[in-house]
Design a protein around this ligand. Sequence first.
Ligand SMILES: Nc1ncnc2c1ncn2[C@@H]1O[C@H](COP(=O)(O)OP(=O)(O)OP(=O)(O)O)[C@@H](O)[C@H]1O
Ligand SMILES: O=P(O)(O)OC[C@H]1O[C@H](OP(=O)(O)OP(=O)(O)O)[C@H](O)[C@@H]1O
Ligand SMILES: [Mg+2]
Length: 298
Amino acid sequence: MSEQRLRIAIQKKGRLSDSTVKLLKACGIKVNLNTQRLIAHSENMPIDILRVRDDDIPGLIMDGVVDLGFIGQNVLEEESMMRGVAGEATAHKVVKELNFGGCRFSLAVDNDFDYQGVQSLSGLRIATTYIHILKRFMEEANVPYTSCMLTGSVEVAPRAGLADAICDLVSTGATLEANGLKEVEVIYRSTAVLMQREKALSNEKQCLVDKLLTRIDGVQTAKESKYIMLNAPKANLQAISDLLPGSDLPTVMELAGSDDHVALHVVSKENLFWETMEQLKVLGASSILVLPIEKMME
Ligand SMILES: Nc1ncnc2c1ncn2[C@@H]1O[C@H](COP(=O)(O)OP(=O)(O)OP(=O)(O)O)[C@@H](O)[C@H]1O
Ligand SMILES: O=P(O)(O)OC[C@H]1O[C@H](OP(=O)(O)OP(=O)(O)O)[C@H](O)[C@@H]1O
Ligand SMILES: [Mg+2]
């Protein structure tokens, strides 16, 4: 691997992989990730993509072996605490928060457990993957407990008799429900982030990182924005514009053959909900189109 090429670590297979690969592609990085190879070289930029288990990504950045890494904040936090205890290097920079991988790290117990607050867990055994984040929470709450470290299938621990409670990642809550568990305490909220090694990069590499960060902003803003087109009666133009969420100034255009209606186009920073569309309709708007935006640069 050449020192001149930017090294980016991504999760090989799992919850973050698809969104990360999609983001890299949307940023214009051409790379063939259809093979099983650990390292993939971009065809159009001096970038190498390393595909590893997510647990390994923070360490690779903290040891300066890799320049950038896409990782869940929960894994980053856990690794930082673990290395802190072991006296190992933890320095890094979080250079971008990402709009995927959103989840919470929560305590959960059996549905029939009489939970009266975190004190109810006193002296019990809690299964988790992220033992340090759990430890910090329980110490702050001053509740003694025993931890049981499991790297997967944490939700089955109570039924299997391995633990009395669990602390695991939750998004929809479907996995908890399927295992007869209820969420009782959210102890950490996480999204995916882009992290960079602490030691300065060469000018060329840093320029490339800056370009990538601008492109990520462009992709993320575009994803949250919509291009809205509609026809509106001139009499209600102001009322209609006021209803459009977080929008820039609209473009108003003549409609061929109509004296009392105009076409209105606007980029909105938020999605347009059905309720708002119905209100627009009441104000006389018609032919309302809400279109996705692929890229943006402001
Ligand atoms: N249900 C979820 N919804 C959204 N994001 C999630 C969810 N579960 C986990 N995540 C986020 O995605 C990250 C990766 O989750 P995943 O389940 O793929 O990890 P893993 O099984 O540890 O993978 P690996 O094999 O790479 O170690 C988590 O650390 C968390 O930040
Ligand atoms: O609240 P939910 O939407 O049900 O999501 C929560 C589940 O998602 C994650 O696991 P994942 O499905 O990624 O599989 P894994 O256990 O193999 O990591 C997490 O570890 C939970 O088990
Ligand atoms: Mg993992």
